[in-house]
Design a protein around this ligand. Sequence first.
Ligand code: C2E
Ligand code: CA
Ligand code: CA
Length: 583
Amino acid sequence: MTHLEKAVELQKNGYHCSQAIIGAFANELGYNLKDCFKISTCFGGGMREGGICGCITASFMVLGMAFGFYDPQDKELELYGNKKAEEFLSLFKEQMAGDITCKAILGQDISKPEGLAVIRKEGLMLKLCPRAMRVCIAIVEEMIADYHTRKNDFSKVDTVETDDLTSIIKHADKRRRFTGSVAKLLDSMDKKVAFIQFDIKRFKIINDLYGEKFGDEVLFFISEKLKTICSENQFFMNVRADVFIIVTEYETDDELDDIITRLEEDLEEFKEVKLQLSFGVYTVEDREMEIRQMEDRAAMARKAAKKEVVTNRLFYQEQFKELLYTRKFIEENMNSAINEKQFKMYLQPKYSISKNKIVGAEALVRWIHPQRGMVYPNEFIPIFEENGFIRMVDYYIWEEACHFIKKCTGLGIKDCPVSVNVSRQHLKDMEFMRVLVAYIRNNAIDKSLLELEITETANDEKISKVAEQLKEDGFTLLMDDFGSGYSSLNVLLETPFDVLKLDKKFMDNMMASDKGKLILEYVVAMAKKLELELLAEGVETKEQVELLSKIGCDRVQGYYYAKPMPQEEFFEMLCREREIEKA
Ligand code: C2E
Ligand code: CA
Ligand code: CA
């Protein structure tokens, strides 16, 4: 019996359309028919109200059961589900000539007794609903088949070229298997269990130096190696990019130590390239805790280990929990923070040393929380970068910056550009460009007065392209944090920046020795040759100012001149300097 035949039969037996559709798929999805009927009972409510066709809601339910993710943090599969839901609706509309409500499909208002009477009398449901059911079932069947094909494809060959959707399913499936195995291990209670998370130090540099293909090979090498190293009760997963997690059982701390040492030795080199790993370890105490939470703890320890100089492995400590709480606080409060305008734009002046004059400003966000007070970007920006919320914050700051520029221009100050930070999150698609252009147009400001700071990182073709596009559109681009770590002179070749912002740490390092000072001098000279402007960040002392001025770097930003300040304060300062009477 086909799904459609089954559904029509159920409908004839008096079940309404959503029950019929779910019922048609119940068995093969491993659900009890009666439970499915119960679950879908209330979908009929939509129908009675003359709202959205019950077949649609039921189809969503079937798709949900088929893709089946139960982990609320499984954002990737959620994304897949969302995409499929959208796709479903547009196909349904297409095939039903735009009709998605019961009223439109049955031609009668079900919420009114008169309408219902007509429907009953003429048996419209049995006549007309099967059309919607047929359309729904066909789409759902195709989507489920597609899902399984993708799943099977990757399980056959691990290295096949995959598109985005396939890799989402692939990853979700791996995670599901991993979580399942770990749950069993935790249940067994035989031995102690530890979560070991590791990543490769400066993996971006490896990508940069040897190319992304080589980077992929490194990751493949690690995965393959882990397959051979891991014993029966050790499970691993490639969490993302170069981050891996291994869950292992162990008896003594020494044994755990040995396991890590062995991992390190087995993975220390690939094709003569040394791989330095950072390990974060969480030893399980409470086996009832969510597996994700255990992973998070190992992740926290790994992040802390990355910052260590003496050791490359750290065990999770309770004080990391503080960080977790902060994270939780931030994530729970970010939406209301935007709505309640708790984010404020601060401005830090940029100075010309020779003119001793303000030549611009950088917009920096501050979060003034009503109870907690000032929260600094270093605490929340990394989290927002991860969860994508940074886009909202950036948009807000960009808009504020545009208002500010408009205000200055109105007073005749046309030589104080404001630079805003553009998170790398934006560079993934072009939406941000439309937003920028709209803000600029709405405020009728000159594009040259809104400058964009983009962080220097390892070569990335896509980002270079976006940068080029921005450049073509007439934006001024500042390379932020130049020299801060991922530094690669290649970036200078590939991307069309106008200004290099010398990173504070880079400067501090260089100024500590004569050799460093020489390098700094040559960087300045090189920038000049390349017709790049320079701006030194984080300038704190007179000595720094004197040296920079001597070697030809005239623009500076730092506490020596001024700290970031509320925009109103900067506005006062600027007007005072320019001797402008405010209205
Ligand atoms: P950044 O873009 O490199 O910003 C410069 C940071 O250095 C600012 O920290 C600034 O307050 C600080 N700074 C300036 N002069 C000195 C100095 O002389 N000495 C020292 N020690 N520090 C100085 P802040 O405001 O805490 O921002 C930290 C980072 O957060 C920024 O680094 C930027 O990457 C990010 N950020 C800040 N606001 C935004 C924003 O609106 N959007 C995005 N995407 N990122 C932002
Ligand atoms: Ca910046
Ligand atoms: Ca910077």
